[in-house]
Design a protein around this ligand. Structure first.
Ligand code: PLP
Length: 455
Protein backbone atom coordinates (compact mmCIF):
# COMPACT_ATOMS: atom_id res chain seq x y z
CA UNK A 1 0.00 0.00 0.00
CA UNK A 2 2.70 2.46 1.02
CA UNK A 3 4.20 2.44 -2.46
CA UNK A 4 1.02 3.83 -4.01
CA UNK A 5 -0.45 5.88 -1.17
CA UNK A 6 1.39 8.26 1.08
CA UNK A 7 1.70 7.18 4.72
CA UNK A 8 0.95 10.76 5.73
CA UNK A 9 -2.32 11.01 3.75
CA UNK A 10 -5.77 11.32 5.34
CA UNK A 11 -6.26 7.64 4.57
CA UNK A 12 -2.98 6.30 6.02
CA UNK A 13 -4.60 5.14 9.27
CA UNK A 14 -7.27 3.17 7.38
CA UNK A 15 -4.86 0.54 5.97
CA UNK A 16 -4.67 -1.42 9.23
CA UNK A 17 -6.96 -4.46 8.78
CA UNK A 18 -7.48 -5.07 12.51
CA UNK A 19 -8.53 -1.49 13.11
CA UNK A 20 -10.78 -1.60 10.04
CA UNK A 21 -12.61 -4.61 11.48
CA UNK A 22 -12.99 -3.13 14.98
CA UNK A 23 -14.31 0.19 13.69
CA UNK A 24 -16.65 -1.63 11.32
CA UNK A 25 -18.22 -3.60 14.16
CA UNK A 26 -18.43 -0.48 16.33
CA UNK A 27 -19.90 1.91 13.78
CA UNK A 28 -20.96 0.39 10.45
CA UNK A 29 -24.55 -0.83 10.07
CA UNK A 30 -24.64 -3.55 7.39
CA UNK A 31 -27.28 -4.28 4.73
CA UNK A 32 -29.64 -7.26 5.06
CA UNK A 33 -27.95 -8.48 8.27
CA UNK A 34 -28.46 -9.15 11.97
CA UNK A 35 -25.80 -6.73 13.17
CA UNK A 36 -24.54 -8.83 16.09
CA UNK A 37 -24.27 -12.02 14.03
CA UNK A 38 -21.98 -10.95 11.23
CA UNK A 39 -18.23 -11.05 10.87
CA UNK A 40 -17.41 -9.28 7.61
CA UNK A 41 -14.21 -10.20 5.78
CA UNK A 42 -11.86 -7.20 5.58
CA UNK A 43 -10.74 -6.66 2.00
CA UNK A 44 -7.46 -4.80 1.92
CA UNK A 45 -6.44 -5.12 -1.71
CA UNK A 46 -7.85 -6.15 -5.08
CA UNK A 47 -6.52 -6.64 -8.58
CA UNK A 48 -8.28 -8.01 -11.66
CA UNK A 49 -10.37 -11.00 -10.59
CA UNK A 50 -8.70 -11.37 -7.16
CA UNK A 51 -9.13 -9.81 -3.72
CA UNK A 52 -7.00 -10.18 -0.57
CA UNK A 53 -8.21 -10.28 3.02
CA UNK A 54 -6.63 -8.75 6.12
CA UNK A 55 -4.54 -11.88 6.74
CA UNK A 56 -3.14 -11.70 3.21
CA UNK A 57 -5.13 -14.65 1.83
CA UNK A 58 -5.93 -14.35 -1.86
CA UNK A 59 -9.39 -15.16 -3.26
CA UNK A 60 -10.62 -15.56 -6.81
CA UNK A 61 -13.77 -13.44 -6.96
CA UNK A 62 -16.50 -15.53 -8.63
CA UNK A 63 -19.12 -13.00 -7.44
CA UNK A 64 -17.80 -9.80 -9.05
CA UNK A 65 -18.63 -8.47 -5.55
CA UNK A 66 -22.37 -7.94 -6.08
CA UNK A 67 -22.13 -8.71 -9.80
CA UNK A 68 -20.72 -5.31 -10.64
CA UNK A 69 -16.92 -5.44 -11.18
CA UNK A 70 -17.47 -6.45 -14.79
CA UNK A 71 -13.97 -5.30 -15.83
CA UNK A 72 -12.38 -6.58 -12.61
CA UNK A 73 -10.70 -4.62 -9.86
CA UNK A 74 -8.34 -1.64 -10.25
CA UNK A 75 -8.71 -1.52 -14.01
CA UNK A 76 -6.07 1.02 -15.02
CA UNK A 77 -8.26 2.87 -17.54
CA UNK A 78 -11.14 3.30 -15.09
CA UNK A 79 -8.88 4.35 -12.22
CA UNK A 80 -7.07 6.84 -14.48
CA UNK A 81 -10.36 8.34 -15.71
CA UNK A 82 -11.62 8.85 -12.15
CA UNK A 83 -8.30 10.42 -11.11
CA UNK A 84 -8.23 12.67 -14.16
CA UNK A 85 -11.83 13.79 -13.58
CA UNK A 86 -11.19 14.39 -9.86
CA UNK A 87 -8.20 16.57 -10.67
CA UNK A 88 -10.15 18.50 -13.29
CA UNK A 89 -13.73 18.89 -12.00
CA UNK A 90 -14.63 16.59 -9.12
CA UNK A 91 -18.31 17.46 -8.88
CA UNK A 92 -21.04 19.55 -10.47
CA UNK A 93 -24.82 19.69 -9.85
CA UNK A 94 -27.16 17.97 -12.32
CA UNK A 95 -28.80 21.18 -13.60
CA UNK A 96 -25.57 22.14 -15.39
CA UNK A 97 -24.35 20.43 -18.54
CA UNK A 98 -21.01 18.68 -18.26
CA UNK A 99 -18.88 17.07 -20.93
CA UNK A 100 -18.20 13.84 -19.05
CA UNK A 101 -21.89 13.30 -18.30
CA UNK A 102 -22.88 14.12 -21.89
CA UNK A 103 -20.34 11.63 -23.26
CA UNK A 104 -21.44 8.92 -20.83
CA UNK A 105 -25.05 9.42 -21.95
CA UNK A 106 -24.03 9.29 -25.62
CA UNK A 107 -22.07 6.08 -25.11
CA UNK A 108 -24.91 4.43 -23.18
CA UNK A 109 -27.47 5.48 -25.81
CA UNK A 110 -25.23 4.10 -28.55
CA UNK A 111 -25.51 0.60 -27.04
CA UNK A 112 -29.09 0.48 -25.75
CA UNK A 113 -31.49 -1.08 -28.26
CA UNK A 114 -33.98 0.81 -30.45
CA UNK A 115 -34.77 4.41 -29.58
CA UNK A 116 -33.75 4.26 -25.91
CA UNK A 117 -31.64 7.32 -26.56
CA UNK A 118 -32.30 9.54 -23.53
CA UNK A 119 -30.64 8.86 -20.19
CA UNK A 120 -31.76 9.89 -16.70
CA UNK A 121 -28.92 9.21 -14.27
CA UNK A 122 -29.45 7.86 -10.76
CA UNK A 123 -27.16 6.67 -7.95
CA UNK A 124 -27.88 2.97 -8.46
CA UNK A 125 -30.40 0.36 -9.55
CA UNK A 126 -33.22 0.75 -7.02
CA UNK A 127 -33.68 4.45 -7.65
CA UNK A 128 -33.48 3.80 -11.41
CA UNK A 129 -36.46 1.46 -11.04
CA UNK A 130 -38.33 3.97 -8.83
CA UNK A 131 -37.92 6.62 -11.52
CA UNK A 132 -38.82 4.26 -14.36
CA UNK A 133 -42.12 3.51 -12.63
CA UNK A 134 -42.78 7.19 -11.97
CA UNK A 135 -42.18 7.93 -15.65
CA UNK A 136 -44.46 5.06 -16.70
CA UNK A 137 -47.23 6.24 -14.37
CA UNK A 138 -47.07 9.81 -15.64
CA UNK A 139 -46.81 8.65 -19.25
CA UNK A 140 -49.86 6.37 -19.05
CA UNK A 141 -51.92 8.13 -16.39
CA UNK A 142 -52.32 4.69 -14.74
CA UNK A 143 -51.08 3.49 -11.37
CA UNK A 144 -50.52 -0.29 -11.14
CA UNK A 145 -47.21 -2.04 -11.69
CA UNK A 146 -46.92 -5.76 -12.47
CA UNK A 147 -43.69 -7.52 -11.54
CA UNK A 148 -42.59 -11.14 -11.24
CA UNK A 149 -42.12 -13.41 -8.26
CA UNK A 150 -38.49 -14.54 -8.03
CA UNK A 151 -37.06 -11.11 -8.85
CA UNK A 152 -35.01 -8.40 -7.20
CA UNK A 153 -35.49 -4.73 -8.03
CA UNK A 154 -33.73 -2.96 -5.13
CA UNK A 155 -33.93 -1.96 -1.50
CA UNK A 156 -35.82 1.37 -1.57
CA UNK A 157 -39.52 1.25 -0.72
CA UNK A 158 -41.16 0.88 -4.13
CA UNK A 159 -38.28 -1.20 -5.46
CA UNK A 160 -38.55 -3.63 -2.54
CA UNK A 161 -42.34 -3.80 -2.98
CA UNK A 162 -41.73 -4.74 -6.62
CA UNK A 163 -39.17 -7.35 -5.61
CA UNK A 164 -40.41 -10.93 -5.76
CA UNK A 165 -37.89 -12.53 -3.40
CA UNK A 166 -37.99 -12.92 0.39
CA UNK A 167 -36.32 -9.58 1.01
CA UNK A 168 -39.75 -8.05 0.35
CA UNK A 169 -41.48 -9.93 3.15
CA UNK A 170 -40.55 -7.68 6.07
CA UNK A 171 -40.91 -4.33 4.32
CA UNK A 172 -43.94 -4.66 2.04
CA UNK A 173 -47.08 -4.12 4.08
CA UNK A 174 -49.37 -5.25 1.28
CA UNK A 175 -48.91 -1.96 -0.54
CA UNK A 176 -51.38 -1.13 -3.24
CA UNK A 177 -50.25 -0.66 -6.79
CA UNK A 178 -47.79 -3.54 -7.05
CA UNK A 179 -49.02 -6.92 -8.27
CA UNK A 180 -46.83 -10.00 -8.70
CA UNK A 181 -47.11 -12.67 -11.38
CA UNK A 182 -45.14 -15.81 -12.27
CA UNK A 183 -42.44 -15.56 -14.89
CA UNK A 184 -41.23 -18.66 -16.72
CA UNK A 185 -38.99 -21.06 -14.75
CA UNK A 186 -39.24 -24.56 -16.16
CA UNK A 187 -37.19 -26.28 -13.42
CA UNK A 188 -39.77 -25.20 -10.80
CA UNK A 189 -42.66 -24.53 -13.15
CA UNK A 190 -45.69 -22.81 -11.62
CA UNK A 191 -47.66 -24.11 -14.60
CA UNK A 192 -46.76 -27.83 -14.49
CA UNK A 193 -45.10 -27.41 -17.88
CA UNK A 194 -42.64 -30.02 -19.09
CA UNK A 195 -41.11 -28.24 -22.10
CA UNK A 196 -39.73 -24.74 -22.67
CA UNK A 197 -42.39 -24.09 -25.30
CA UNK A 198 -45.17 -25.10 -22.89
CA UNK A 199 -43.67 -22.99 -20.10
CA UNK A 200 -43.47 -19.99 -22.40
CA UNK A 201 -47.03 -20.30 -23.65
CA UNK A 202 -48.52 -20.89 -20.19
CA UNK A 203 -46.54 -18.06 -18.61
CA UNK A 204 -47.82 -15.67 -21.27
CA UNK A 205 -51.43 -16.91 -20.85
CA UNK A 206 -51.06 -16.41 -17.08
CA UNK A 207 -49.76 -12.84 -17.55
CA UNK A 208 -52.60 -12.09 -19.96
CA UNK A 209 -55.07 -13.21 -17.29
CA UNK A 210 -53.39 -11.16 -14.56
CA UNK A 211 -53.62 -8.07 -16.78
CA UNK A 212 -57.28 -8.81 -17.58
CA UNK A 213 -58.23 -9.37 -13.93
CA UNK A 214 -56.31 -6.34 -12.65
CA UNK A 215 -57.93 -4.20 -15.35
CA UNK A 216 -55.75 -3.27 -18.32
CA UNK A 217 -56.68 0.39 -18.04
CA UNK A 218 -55.15 0.49 -14.52
CA UNK A 219 -51.79 -1.05 -15.43
CA UNK A 220 -49.01 1.50 -16.04
CA UNK A 221 -46.06 -0.85 -16.36
CA UNK A 222 -44.80 -4.39 -16.46
CA UNK A 223 -41.35 -4.41 -14.85
CA UNK A 224 -39.17 -7.46 -15.29
CA UNK A 225 -35.56 -8.52 -15.34
CA UNK A 226 -34.74 -9.62 -18.90
CA UNK A 227 -32.86 -12.48 -17.24
CA UNK A 228 -33.73 -12.64 -13.53
CA UNK A 229 -30.37 -12.47 -11.72
CA UNK A 230 -30.28 -12.67 -7.93
CA UNK A 231 -33.40 -14.83 -7.99
CA UNK A 232 -31.60 -17.58 -9.91
CA UNK A 233 -30.42 -16.61 -13.41
CA UNK A 234 -33.46 -18.04 -15.16
CA UNK A 235 -32.90 -17.46 -18.87
CA UNK A 236 -36.44 -17.10 -20.26
CA UNK A 237 -37.60 -19.51 -22.98
CA UNK A 238 -37.52 -18.38 -26.62
CA UNK A 239 -40.38 -16.02 -27.40
CA UNK A 240 -41.26 -15.04 -23.84
CA UNK A 241 -40.06 -11.44 -23.88
CA UNK A 242 -41.50 -10.94 -27.35
CA UNK A 243 -44.82 -12.20 -25.98
CA UNK A 244 -44.68 -9.77 -23.04
CA UNK A 245 -43.87 -6.95 -25.48
CA UNK A 246 -46.96 -7.89 -27.50
CA UNK A 247 -49.21 -7.90 -24.40
CA UNK A 248 -47.85 -4.47 -23.42
CA UNK A 249 -48.46 -3.08 -26.92
CA UNK A 250 -52.00 -4.41 -27.06
CA UNK A 251 -52.92 -2.84 -23.71
CA UNK A 252 -50.90 0.38 -23.83
CA UNK A 253 -48.66 -0.79 -20.96
CA UNK A 254 -45.09 0.49 -20.56
CA UNK A 255 -42.51 -2.33 -20.66
CA UNK A 256 -39.63 -1.71 -18.25
CA UNK A 257 -36.61 -4.02 -18.60
CA UNK A 258 -34.56 -4.06 -15.41
CA UNK A 259 -31.04 -4.67 -16.73
CA UNK A 260 -29.29 -3.52 -13.57
CA UNK A 261 -27.54 -6.89 -13.21
CA UNK A 262 -27.87 -8.37 -16.71
CA UNK A 263 -26.82 -5.26 -18.65
CA UNK A 264 -23.49 -4.08 -20.03
CA UNK A 265 -22.21 -7.40 -21.30
CA UNK A 266 -22.90 -9.70 -18.37
CA UNK A 267 -25.14 -12.03 -20.42
CA UNK A 268 -22.87 -12.07 -23.48
CA UNK A 269 -24.82 -9.25 -25.18
CA UNK A 270 -24.70 -5.56 -24.34
CA UNK A 271 -28.22 -6.03 -22.93
CA UNK A 272 -30.05 -9.26 -22.18
CA UNK A 273 -33.15 -8.16 -24.13
CA UNK A 274 -31.02 -8.51 -27.28
CA UNK A 275 -30.69 -12.30 -27.13
CA UNK A 276 -32.18 -13.67 -30.31
CA UNK A 277 -33.85 -16.39 -28.26
CA UNK A 278 -36.02 -13.71 -26.65
CA UNK A 279 -37.40 -12.88 -30.06
CA UNK A 280 -34.95 -10.57 -31.79
CA UNK A 281 -35.93 -6.94 -31.69
CA UNK A 282 -37.59 -6.77 -28.27
CA UNK A 283 -37.17 -3.13 -27.33
CA UNK A 284 -38.54 -2.07 -23.96
CA UNK A 285 -39.96 1.43 -23.42
CA UNK A 286 -37.65 2.00 -20.47
CA UNK A 287 -34.47 0.15 -19.54
CA UNK A 288 -32.86 0.50 -16.12
CA UNK A 289 -29.15 -0.05 -15.57
CA UNK A 290 -26.42 0.33 -12.90
CA UNK A 291 -23.54 -1.98 -11.80
CA UNK A 292 -21.73 -2.88 -15.06
CA UNK A 293 -22.22 0.59 -16.58
CA UNK A 294 -19.00 1.64 -14.84
CA UNK A 295 -17.98 -1.61 -13.14
CA UNK A 296 -19.25 -0.15 -9.87
CA UNK A 297 -16.18 2.01 -9.24
CA UNK A 298 -18.37 5.01 -8.30
CA UNK A 299 -22.13 4.62 -7.67
CA UNK A 300 -24.11 5.10 -10.89
CA UNK A 301 -27.39 3.90 -12.35
CA UNK A 302 -29.98 5.23 -14.70
CA UNK A 303 -33.01 4.88 -16.93
CA UNK A 304 -32.69 4.76 -20.72
CA UNK A 305 -35.86 6.33 -22.10
CA UNK A 306 -37.64 5.85 -25.45
CA UNK A 307 -38.63 8.76 -27.67
CA UNK A 308 -42.31 8.27 -26.82
CA UNK A 309 -41.85 8.43 -23.04
CA UNK A 310 -39.36 11.26 -23.46
CA UNK A 311 -41.98 13.23 -25.42
CA UNK A 312 -44.31 13.13 -22.40
CA UNK A 313 -41.85 15.35 -20.58
CA UNK A 314 -41.02 17.68 -23.48
CA UNK A 315 -43.34 20.42 -22.20
CA UNK A 316 -44.23 19.00 -18.83
CA UNK A 317 -41.72 19.16 -16.01
CA UNK A 318 -40.47 15.76 -14.85
CA UNK A 319 -41.21 15.71 -11.10
CA UNK A 320 -38.08 14.00 -9.82
CA UNK A 321 -34.33 14.34 -9.38
CA UNK A 322 -31.27 13.47 -7.34
CA UNK A 323 -28.49 15.70 -6.03
CA UNK A 324 -25.82 13.46 -7.56
CA UNK A 325 -27.59 12.58 -10.83
CA UNK A 326 -24.84 12.13 -13.42
CA UNK A 327 -21.98 12.76 -11.00
CA UNK A 328 -18.82 13.49 -13.02
CA UNK A 329 -16.65 10.92 -11.18
CA UNK A 330 -19.23 8.19 -11.82
CA UNK A 331 -19.66 9.26 -15.44
CA UNK A 332 -15.89 9.36 -15.97
CA UNK A 333 -15.78 5.73 -14.80
CA UNK A 334 -18.63 4.91 -17.22
CA UNK A 335 -16.85 6.53 -20.18
CA UNK A 336 -13.67 4.54 -19.48
CA UNK A 337 -15.61 1.31 -18.86
CA UNK A 338 -17.70 1.49 -22.03
CA UNK A 339 -14.76 2.54 -24.22
CA UNK A 340 -12.69 -0.34 -22.84
CA UNK A 341 -15.55 -2.74 -23.53
CA UNK A 342 -15.72 -1.49 -27.11
CA UNK A 343 -11.95 -1.56 -27.69
CA UNK A 344 -11.45 -5.02 -26.22
CA UNK A 345 -14.70 -6.71 -27.33
CA UNK A 346 -15.49 -7.53 -23.71
CA UNK A 347 -19.05 -8.52 -24.62
CA UNK A 348 -17.82 -11.12 -27.12
CA UNK A 349 -15.37 -12.32 -24.49
CA UNK A 350 -18.26 -12.83 -22.00
CA UNK A 351 -20.22 -14.77 -24.59
CA UNK A 352 -17.27 -17.08 -25.33
CA UNK A 353 -16.47 -17.49 -21.62
CA UNK A 354 -19.98 -18.86 -21.10
CA UNK A 355 -20.10 -21.03 -24.20
CA UNK A 356 -16.57 -22.47 -24.01
CA UNK A 357 -15.61 -22.50 -20.34
CA UNK A 358 -18.28 -21.81 -17.69
CA UNK A 359 -21.17 -23.70 -19.30
CA UNK A 360 -19.20 -26.87 -20.18
CA UNK A 361 -17.31 -26.67 -16.86
CA UNK A 362 -20.50 -26.56 -14.81
CA UNK A 363 -22.04 -29.34 -16.92
CA UNK A 364 -19.00 -31.49 -16.09
CA UNK A 365 -19.49 -30.74 -12.38
CA UNK A 366 -23.17 -31.71 -12.65
CA UNK A 367 -22.14 -35.05 -14.17
CA UNK A 368 -20.01 -35.72 -11.05
CA UNK A 369 -22.13 -34.26 -8.25
CA UNK A 370 -25.69 -35.50 -7.68
CA UNK A 371 -26.45 -32.46 -5.58
CA UNK A 372 -26.37 -30.22 -8.66
CA UNK A 373 -29.99 -30.27 -9.80
CA UNK A 374 -29.70 -27.80 -12.65
CA UNK A 375 -27.08 -25.69 -14.44
CA UNK A 376 -28.32 -22.59 -16.27
CA UNK A 377 -27.02 -19.33 -17.65
CA UNK A 378 -25.37 -17.49 -20.49
CA UNK A 379 -22.27 -15.31 -20.91
CA UNK A 380 -20.63 -14.72 -17.53
CA UNK A 381 -24.02 -15.16 -15.80
CA UNK A 382 -24.54 -18.71 -14.46
CA UNK A 383 -26.14 -20.52 -11.52
CA UNK A 384 -26.20 -24.04 -10.19
CA UNK A 385 -29.19 -25.14 -8.20
CA UNK A 386 -28.25 -27.52 -5.35
CA UNK A 387 -30.74 -30.16 -4.25
CA UNK A 388 -30.79 -32.94 -1.69
CA UNK A 389 -32.61 -35.21 -4.14
CA UNK A 390 -32.52 -34.85 -7.91
CA UNK A 391 -35.84 -36.63 -8.38
CA UNK A 392 -37.87 -34.46 -6.00
CA UNK A 393 -35.73 -31.35 -6.59
CA UNK A 394 -35.79 -30.66 -2.85
CA UNK A 395 -33.58 -27.56 -2.42
CA UNK A 396 -30.44 -27.91 -0.29
CA UNK A 397 -31.55 -24.79 1.60
CA UNK A 398 -35.13 -23.52 1.93
CA UNK A 399 -36.39 -20.57 -0.12
CA UNK A 400 -35.38 -17.47 1.83
CA UNK A 401 -33.11 -19.40 4.20
CA UNK A 402 -29.77 -21.13 4.68
CA UNK A 403 -28.69 -24.64 5.70
CA UNK A 404 -25.61 -26.26 7.25
CA UNK A 405 -24.98 -28.05 3.93
CA UNK A 406 -24.86 -24.83 1.93
CA UNK A 407 -22.82 -23.18 4.69
CA UNK A 408 -20.25 -25.99 4.49
CA UNK A 409 -19.90 -25.65 0.70
CA UNK A 410 -19.36 -21.90 0.97
CA UNK A 411 -16.81 -22.37 3.75
CA UNK A 412 -15.08 -25.06 1.68
CA UNK A 413 -14.82 -22.65 -1.27
CA UNK A 414 -13.49 -19.80 0.86
CA UNK A 415 -10.90 -21.99 2.60
CA UNK A 416 -9.63 -22.96 -0.86
CA UNK A 417 -9.45 -19.34 -2.05
CA UNK A 418 -12.73 -18.84 -3.91
CA UNK A 419 -15.42 -16.22 -3.21
CA UNK A 420 -18.71 -17.59 -4.58
CA UNK A 421 -22.03 -15.70 -4.87
CA UNK A 422 -24.54 -17.67 -2.83
CA UNK A 423 -28.30 -17.31 -2.56
CA UNK A 424 -30.32 -19.89 -0.60
CA UNK A 425 -29.66 -23.22 -2.42
CA UNK A 426 -27.82 -21.68 -5.36
CA UNK A 427 -24.25 -20.85 -6.23
CA UNK A 428 -23.93 -18.23 -8.93
CA UNK A 429 -20.85 -18.21 -11.12
CA UNK A 430 -20.59 -14.55 -12.07
CA UNK A 431 -16.90 -13.62 -12.35
CA UNK A 432 -15.63 -10.40 -13.95
CA UNK A 433 -16.06 -10.60 -17.72
CA UNK A 434 -12.30 -10.15 -18.04
CA UNK A 435 -11.45 -13.26 -15.98
CA UNK A 436 -9.12 -15.53 -17.96
CA UNK A 437 -10.15 -19.02 -19.04
CA UNK A 438 -7.45 -20.44 -16.74
CA UNK A 439 -8.76 -18.49 -13.74
CA UNK A 440 -12.31 -19.68 -14.40
CA UNK A 441 -11.10 -23.30 -14.67
CA UNK A 442 -9.18 -22.84 -11.42
CA UNK A 443 -12.34 -21.53 -9.70
CA UNK A 444 -14.44 -24.41 -11.04
CA UNK A 445 -11.82 -26.90 -9.77
CA UNK A 446 -12.11 -25.34 -6.29
CA UNK A 447 -15.90 -25.60 -6.45
CA UNK A 448 -15.50 -29.24 -7.50
CA UNK A 449 -13.21 -29.91 -4.51
CA UNK A 450 -15.53 -28.11 -2.07
CA UNK A 451 -18.53 -30.10 -3.33
CA UNK A 452 -16.59 -33.39 -3.09
CA UNK A 453 -15.30 -32.59 0.41
CA UNK A 454 -18.79 -31.84 1.73
CA UNK A 455 -20.70 -34.63 -0.06
N1 PLP B 1 -32.35 -4.52 -10.05
C1 PLP B 1 -31.63 -5.65 -10.17
C2 PLP B 1 -31.97 -6.62 -11.25
C3 PLP B 1 -30.59 -5.91 -9.28
O1 PLP B 1 -29.89 -7.05 -9.39
C4 PLP B 1 -30.30 -4.97 -8.28
C5 PLP B 1 -29.21 -5.22 -7.32
O2 PLP B 1 -28.67 -6.28 -7.18
C6 PLP B 1 -31.08 -3.80 -8.19
C7 PLP B 1 -32.09 -3.60 -9.11
C8 PLP B 1 -30.80 -2.78 -7.14
O3 PLP B 1 -29.66 -2.06 -7.44
P1 PLP B 1 -28.95 -1.16 -6.31
O4 PLP B 1 -28.51 -2.09 -5.23
O5 PLP B 1 -27.85 -0.48 -7.06
O6 PLP B 1 -29.97 -0.17 -5.83
Amino acid sequence: MTDVLSTTSDLASTYDAGRAYELDRAHVFHSWSAQAEISPMVITRAEGSHVWDGAGQQYLDFSSQLVFTNLGHQHPRIVAAIQEQAGHLATVAPAFANGTRSEAARLIASHTPGDLDHVFFTNGGADANEHAVRMARLHTGRHKVLTTYRSYHGGTQLAVNMTGDPRRWASDHGSTGTVHFFGPFLYRSAFHATTEAEECQRALEHLEQVVALEGPSTVAAIVLEAIPGTAGIMVPPPGYLAGVREICDRHGIVLVADEVMSGFGRSGRWFAVEHASHGAGVVPDLLTFAKGVNSGYVPLGGVAISDAVHATFAHRSYPGGLTYSGHPLACAAAVATIRTMEDEDVVGRAERLGADVIGPGLAALAAKHDRIGEVRGTGAFWAIELVSDRATREPLAPYGGSSPEMGAIVKGCQERGLLPFVNFNRIHVVPPLTTSDEEVREGLAILDDALAATA
